[in-house]
Design a binder for this molecule. Structure first.
Ligand code: 5GP
Ligand code: MG
Length: 487
């Protein structure tokens, strides 16, 4: 439908991790650093921490992993009573430090910092309206629209300003906002991205995923309700809900791939959900195999579930090099192809002469799967069957996961048989959407647009999409020239 625009090389999507803490007397920058470390899987392109000390907000952010961006020295300089942090995953075109978060600005009431996970679907429209009223923009990211909107409502209290913003904003957003004396978390009215509240001693923290709470030794309090705004300040924690909740639309891909298995999202443990997906896959497609092997790490839970349900032998026959990032980060096709053999190596003695079932959580472009099947076959496997513990990804996501380009979604272009032929497997089987819902224990409350094509949250107009992608790519090209490279 939107092919003409979506096939452009630059993507507007990004998926991120956010964190916030209000804790006078604690080393808030160090705690944020640890929290971001445990949210690193949500974004590896850039990282940033902003700290409020009652007089202003200090910021440090850069391209790279959390461990690369911060040193003891930089953390020492970030002293205060509250902090927010952000990790960002983005595609090459928009990988610029200018687009890293948190964003910090000064407005009528002092300093303000914002960290955003998700994707607005009316950012272009809002940007235009704001620009017409004199707002200036420095980056190409949606989140800057949010900052400008808040500033525009600067006469109101921050909570009222945020409420007004929520009326304007469309799309997906889990936000952490910090003023000089408050940290505020917001989950959009659909609850599309996860966001949870934790308690660390007498202080509160906000995080994208519960694994960050576990890392800090914080107690899980609860998930944010869709449309909920929670303020942390010197008086503790206050919750407001400005929106009558819609039917929630929690991203189903968080459960399939994105979140860390030790996290719980809205009461569902991610590891258990993935294992149940594997068991459902076994019900739907029971194969007689000599051995079931996962594509690590994302396929482990599904493979376990598949093997245990059928009483088959599970083994880890693909060794993963722990020291490289996700292959998706590789900028081009050649990089991606090479990335796979750099990242995974089959153990010949385990698979030789066997009928092998390989389980992965999802197929997006098909490049990784093709390479894996080829590797396993070249090491002497008798048969290689690819089993996928989620349904085919056939539709672009406009809400913040990096599966935006329909042209690159193999299942959108090819039939299952054609995908099987492309990846050169002896057979290929996906979990059905009903099976996925059975594994998750319910069939409502999710956004499964990438699988079903039913978009529960307003998607960008074609106009908006074209404009935004065009602006983003023009802006990025300009910036890339300025910086000498696009990293
Ligand atoms: P493919 O065969 O489609 O090239 O790659 C499949 C692999 O990509 C699976 O192992 C899956 O875990 C991973 N994957 C799925 N969605 C995403 C995503 O949004 N980002 C990244 N980095 N990897 C993904
Ligand atoms: Mg994977």
């Amino acid at each position: 439908m939107h092919n003409e625009f979506i096939d452009k090389p630059d993507k507007m999507e990004e998926a991120c991790g956010v964190f916030g803490i209000y804790a006078p007397g604690k080393d808030v920058s160090m705690l944020t650093y640890y929290a971001l470390y445990s949210l690193q899987h949500r974004g590896q392109e850039s990282a940033g921490i902003a700290v409020a000390n009652g007089e202003g907000i200090k910021l440090h952010k850069d391209m790279g992993l959390v461990s690369e961006v911060f040193t003891e020295d930089t953390l020492q300089k970030l002293k205060g009573h509250a902090a927010i942090g952000h990790v960002r995953y983005s595609t090459m075109g928009s990988s610029l430090v200018l687009n890293a978060q948190p964003l910090v600005c000064h407005y009528l009431q002092g300093s303000l910092a914002v960290a955003h996970n998700g994707n607005l679907t009316n950012a272009g429209e809002l940007r235009q309206k704001l620009a017409a009223n004199g707002s200036v923009f420095q980056s190409s990211i949606d989140s800057e629209v949010i900052v400008n909107l808040i500033a525009r409502y600067g006469q109101s209290t921050i909570e009222e300003a945020l409420m007004k913003c929520m009326i304007d904003l469309r799309g997906s957003y889990s936000l952490v906002v910090m003023t000089e004396d408050k940290v505020i978390g917001i989950r959009d009215p659909y609850g599309n991205r996860p966001l949870c509240l934790g308690k660390l001693g007498k202080h509160f923290v906000i995080a994208s995923e519960t694994c960050a709470l576990d890392t800090l030794g914080a107690e899980f309090v609860r998930d944010f309700a869709p449309g909920e705004i929670i303020t942390l300040d010197k008086d503790g924690m206050h919750s407001r809900r400005y929106f009558t909740p819609n039917e929630p639309a929690v991203c189903i891909f968080e459960y399939i791939y994105f979140a860390r298995p030790d996290s719980n999202i809205d009461g569902i443990n991610v590891m258990q959900a993935r294992r149940a997906m594997g068991r459902e896959l076994a019900h739907e497609h029971p194969l007689e195999a000599d051995i079931v092997i996962p594509v690590p790490d994302s396929g482990i839970a599904g493979a376990l579930g598949y093997a245990e349900e059928l009483g088959l032998v599970y083994d880890t026959a693909l060794m993963k090099n722990r020291y490289i990032g996700r292959t998706f980060i590789q900028p081009d096709q050649m990089g991606r192809d090479l990335g796979v053999s750099l990242k995974l190596n089959p153990i010949t003695k385990i698979i030789k002469g066997k009928k092998v079932v390989v389980v992965d959580d999802s197929i997006v472009r098909g490049t990784t799967s093709r390479k894996i099947v080829e590797m396993i076959r070249s090491r002497g496997a008798k048969e290689v069957h690819m089993l996928v513990s989620s349904p085919p990804v056939m539709h672009p996501c406009y809400y913040g996961i990096d599966i935006s380009e329909r042209g690159q979604l193999i299942a959108a272009q090819k039939s299952i048989e054609e995908v099987r032929a492309y990846i050169a497997a002896d057979s290929l089987h996906y979990l059905s959407i009903e099976g996925l819902y059975r594994a998750l224990g319910k069939d409502t409350g999710f956004c499964s647009a990438c699988l079903s094509g039913n978009y529960p949250i307003q998607i960008p107009s074609e106009d908006e999409l074209g404009k935004h992608i065009l602006e983003t790519s023009q802006h990025n090209r300009k910036e890339a020239r300025k910086c000498g490279n696009a990293r």
